[in-house]
Design a protein around this ligand. Structure first.
Ligand SMILES: *Cc1c(COP(=O)(O)O)cnc(C)c1O
Length: 403
């Protein structure tokens, strides 16, 4: 009756109706003789979204955090030295996990608003003549600050120094939304989850693993960290026959089948282009709002899946978020950790389009004015409209363009 509660947070994202319906199925037998066909198809198609030719992708019944844990436990030993960087709530939590699992973390502190520091990584890797650093970690898309980092650049740094460390990537809010090339970029472990670009409820953790990382896991078969629920060995044994070592979340797997069909039919390049177009409109709006500013410090860092936006001086971003929620039925993302009260976020990933984003921008604009911001009502929406009018979707047919 009141229409939708609008969801513009960077995960969980909106679920397309066909995906929602695909999960509304009776409970099924996860040991049925043909259940393995479903699973093997999923495992094959997940690799396509990761752009991975060799290696494999695991599907864990967990959130993305479980896949983080699996990646570390299965390929490293406690006491191993790793190189990480911290520039937002998610990269911060990953460092925290690595420390709690007993890794010897060399963490580069980076100002929030920037991302993976390639030069500093190069310096520290070059100084590591004995190759004590076993892994380099990079958060591709820092969801708290709306910052995207150059993963291919990290691979280049490793290659130029001929450094054998494994490359770990957090792609939870980037894979299946913005460009990610696991094989080409030589990524060894890539983490994602179901509730962001894959447009599903939370509950599946995805982990792409290269052949090199699978070898590292084999070399640790009788040593390394304690691991059980997230063990590669148990998963590989059963996955090879199309089954799982424990009860899989069957409805989520049905939903994943539908999601992968939609994603692969659209094509990865066109999905990346759509996210860029959606993001450009949001960024145009932010530039038009007096006193507002992206948290990301420069276009080279700006994320195509989420924008974190500083509220003007003297405006509490928490008021903007609660006004948008209660008065305008719109959920915006909150400012995490030290951005609390200072910034709000607009998630622009998953099942969205420019007109929906004009709604998000309009709600944010009304809430900003209500919270005391001296912005011109309509200025952000007008700027986004101009941006969207000047571009066409990658999937639009040539005949429609002529019309
Ligand atoms: C959402 C997110 C996570 C955490 O994933 P969960 O599914 O909540 O465990 C980790 N990293 C990034 C970059 C994220 O956006």
């Amino acid at each position: 009756m009141n229409g939708f509660q609008h969801l513009f947070i960077p995960g969980p994202t909106n679920i397309p109706e066909p995906i929602r319906q695909s999960m509304n199925v009776p409970m099924e037998d996860m040991r049925a003789p043909d259940f393995g066909d479903l699973v093997q198809g999923l495992l094959t198609d997940m690799k396509k979204t990761y752009r991975l030719e060799n290696g494999r992708v695991f599907i864990f019944p967990s959130s993305g955090t479980g896949a983080w844990e699996s990646a570390i436990q299965n390929t490293l030993q406690s006491g191993d030295k790793v190189l990480m960087s911290r520039f937002g709530q998610f990269s911060l939590l990953w460092v925290d996990m690595a420390e709690r699992l007993g890794l010897d973390v060399d963490c580069v502190e980076v100002e929030w608003g920037k991302g993976v520091p390639l030069e500093e990584y190069a310096k520290r890797l070059e100084a590591d003549k004995n190759h004590e650093i076993k892994a380099v970690f990079a958060t591709q898309n820092e969801t708290a600050t709306g910052v995207t980092s150059d993963i291919e650049g990290v691979r280049k740094v490793l290659n130029e120094l001929d450094h054998p460390a494994m490359l770990f990537v957090d792609g939870v809010s980037s894979i299946a939304s913005i460009e990610f090339e696991m094989e080409k970029w030589g990524v060894d472990l890539a983490v994602s989850g179901s509730q962001k670009g894959y447009m599903l409820p939370a509950g599946l953790g995805f982990l792409g693993v290269s052949d090199k990382a699978l070898d590292a896991n084999k070399a640790l078969s009788n040593s390394g960290m304690a691991r059980c629920y997230f063990s590669f060995e148990d998963m590989i044994k059963l996955n090879d026959t199309g089954y799982f070592p424990y009860t899989p979340a069957t409805q989520l797997l049905r939903g994943l089948r539908c999601s992968l069909d939609m994603i692969l039919e659209t094509g990865m390049e066109s999905i990346w282009a759509r996210h860029n177009r959606m993001a450009e409109g949001v960024r145009a709006a932010v530039s038009a709002w007096d006193g507002c500013q992206l948290v990301s410090q420069g276009p080279e860092w700006a994320s195509d899946t989420v924008s974190a936006i500083y509220a003007p001086e003297g405006v509490d971003a928490r008021d903007v978020i609660s006004t948008a929620y209660y008065k305008y039925q719109t959920s915006l993302g909150s400012g995490l950790n030290k951005l609390m009260g200072k910034a709000f976020r607009i998630g622009h990933l998953g099942s969205l389009n420019p007109v929906m984003l004009c709604g998000a921008i309009s709600a944010a604009e009304m809430a900003l004015v209500d919270a005391g911001a001296k912005i011109e009502p309509g200025s952000g929406v007008a700027a986004a409209q101009a941006q969207y009018r000047a571009t066409t979707p990658a999937t639009m047919k040539a005949s429609a363009k002529a019309a």
